[in-house]
Design a protein around this ligand. Structure first.
Ligand SMILES: Nc1ncnc2c1ncn2[C@@H]1O[C@H](COP(=O)(O)OP(=O)(O)O)[C@@H](O)[C@H]1O
Ligand SMILES: O=COP(=O)(O)O
Ligand SMILES: [Mg+2]
Length: 558
């Protein structure tokens, strides 16, 4: 049987005017800033007007350690949102915006898939409402102003060897990871080493995703540490006088984007940090607003629960004062096989034994999610290539480990396929057993926080960090940043820092390569193993297959 591509299905969508979608969640058209007929930004006036309301229930969608293609968190988030509406609940979803990097690289888009998508998929996976371009511009303005400040006399006495602020671009470009800027002589300034990260790893992205409003955003931008002096005292963004102009560039980007699912249910799509190199969650302002206008809000956090869910709990929920009532842990037969040692090329062949051994990865994620005090249900995201025996193996594993598993066929059938999952989620949420707590307190020393995540979530034996890194953490504690959470950056393919170590590895160590203080966002980034904050393109980039056909339609986006 042949199946339509995501883009074909998205093109056939019977979209409703965005004003009708807004009306479903009580947003008057006067509070929507339209970007065409099918996208709009939500006004701050509306957001302020709903602050006094009771919150709905929050459901997080996470996953096991994925294959390179991803296991369907976003697809399941959309499917579950549609399923909840199908069974009569007032539900909406909050997901992240897509980065051009994976779109033109390997992973593809971030609008879901099959009959569980948000639309307009093509625009969302390309320029959408311009938020990523605004974030890139604001970041770049600060980069330019730092070197310009140095060029014109360096009144802040920046130690040119200690400029912490890098540059960003929303593309996978390994050639920019480490560069020398300001070459070419006197008129070009003072040469120094720097480099580019991908926009989703920018602290500006994190700040936008963690800010409550424009005032909060501007304050956080001003708090960014851009460099250090020779005496190692910090130079802030506000010392360079950049935060006002950066806020102007981000004025519209700060407002959440409203779109719709294929079944015309509302979706906020806002912010887009990756979960392997950043905190991996959509914006707080979108999630908190959704909780004011819907009884059930389904949101996602990137990659596996060792990354996105951990940071959703320890960073986003802690900072935003929100708490999930349930977690949906997405498992797929193909990812269970990969975690059971099957090579990517062989994932199509039935292999029940590999599924069974790969379920050790699922089991560990289940235990980890429960350690936050939140009930979990496993959603088996059904692929049409799955065999009954393989699906049964996942279900049996869950039953043996005391967790419910629901087969969900939303990719193939839309909300008809996810209704059973929706029913189960409502039962769990209304059961009221959630008692959320982060796994470490604010006042725990920074290195102990890193060890807590590494040992409790990754099941590592130890964290390896040289004296320079330990001293840097202590200096930040002495400077008043000891209460910040940690934002772990590591491979998404393994609990460990070795991407080839699948399943449920033990006896491994977590080597910390670098630590970065995001004083504006309010967390410490801990770069582990070989992870790069500027990904590279694969041997055959998706871009090679993306083009316009004779009818002027985009082909190759997926
Ligand atoms: N059940 C499914 N059957 C077939 N393809 C799927 C299914 N679920 C997701 N996909 C596809 O897999 C890719 C990753 O899905 P996505 O929801 O983006 O995963 P994640 O958010 O976990 O990275 C997308 O191309 C999507 O269309
Ligand atoms: O940050 C990664 O997000 P996905 O897992 O949705 O690709
Ligand atoms: Mg996703």
């Amino acid at each position: 049987m042949s199946y339509k591509s995501d883009i074909e299905i998205a093109r056939e969508a019977q979209k409703k005017p965005i004003q009708e979608i807004g009306a479903k969640i009580g947003i008057d058209s006067a509070d929507l800033l339209p970007y065409g007929h099918d996208k709009a930004k939500v006004s701050q006036d509306f957001i302020n007007s709903v602050q006094g309301r009771e919150d709905g229930k929050l459901i997080l969608v996470t996953a096991i350690n994925p294959t390179p293609a991803g296991e369907g968190k976003t697809t399941t988030t959309v499917g579950l949102g549609d399923g909840l509406n199908r069974i009569g609940k007032n539900a909406m979803i909050c997901i992240r915006e897509a980065s051009l990097g994976p779109n033109f690289g390997m992973k593809g888009g971030a609008a879901g898939g099959g009959y569980a998508q948000v639309v307009p998929m093509e625009e969302m996976n390309l320029h959408f409402t311009g938020d990523f371009h605004a974030i890139t511009s604001a970041h770049s303005l600060l980069s330019a102003m730092i070197d310009n400040h140095i060029y014109w006399g360096n009144a802040c006495e920046i130690d040119v060897r200690r400029v912490a602020w890098r540059r960003v671009v929303d593309m996978n470009d390994r050639a920019l990871r480490q560069i020398t800027a300001s070459l070419g002589g006197v008129s070009n300034g003072f040469p120094r080493e720097t480099g580019f990260d991908i926009t989703v790893a920018s602290e500006v992205m994190a700040i936008l995703c963690l800010s409550n409003d424009l005032k909060d955003l501007e304050k956080r931008l001003g708090d960014i540490i851009v460099a250090y002096r020779r005496d190692k005292t910090p130079v802030y963004c506000r010392d360079i006088k950049a935060e006002g102009a950066m806020t102007v560039l981000l004025k519209d980007a700060m407002q959440p984007n409203l779109v719709q699912t294929l079944e015309n249910n509302p979706a906020f799509v806002h912010g887009g940090p990756f979960a392997n190199i950043a905190h991996g969650c959509n914006s707080v302002i979108a999630t908190k607003t959704a909780l004011k206008v819907a009884d059930y809000v389904v949101t996602e956090a990137g990659f596996g629960a060792d990354l996105g869910a951990e940071k959703f709990m320890n960073i986003k929920c802690r900072k935003a004062g929100i708490a999930p009532s349930a977690v949906v842990l997405v498992a797929t037969v193909r990812a269970m096989k990969m975690n059971g040692g099957v090579a990517k090329a062989d994932l199509g062949a039935e292999n029940v034994d590999a599924v069974q051994s790969g379920c050790a990865n699922l089991g560990r994620h289940i235990e980890n999610v429960k350690s936050f005090g939140v009930p979990v249900v496993v959603a088996i995201n059904h692929f049409v290539t799955d065999t009954e025996a393989e699906v049964q193996a996942v279900g049996d594993y869950c039953a043996e480990h005391g967790v419910e598993a629901v087969l969900s066929r939303h990719w193939e059938l839309g909300s008809e396929g996810s209704a059973p999952l929706a029913e189960k989620v409502v039962e769990i949420v209304e059961g009221g057993s959630a008692n959320f707590a982060p796994i470490y307190p604010d006042d725990m020393p920074l290195f102990e926080k890193i060890e807590t995540v590494a040992k409790r979530i990754y099941r590592a034996d130890e964290v390896l960090a040289d004296t320079k890194i330990r001293n840097q953490l202590r200096e930040w504690e002495e400077a008043g940043y000891g209460n910040l959470p940690v934002c772990m950056a590591k491979t998404q393919y393994s609990f460990s820092t070795d991407p080839t170590l699948r399943g449920a590895p033990t006896g491994h160590s977590v080597p910390v390569r670098e630590v970065r203080l995001s004083a504006g966002a309010g967390f410490v980034v801990v770069v582990c193993g070989e992870i790069m904050t500027m990904p590279g393109l694969p041997r055959k980039p998706a871009a090679e297959s993306i083009c316009l056909n004779d009818a002027g339609e985009i082909e190759g986006l997926f």
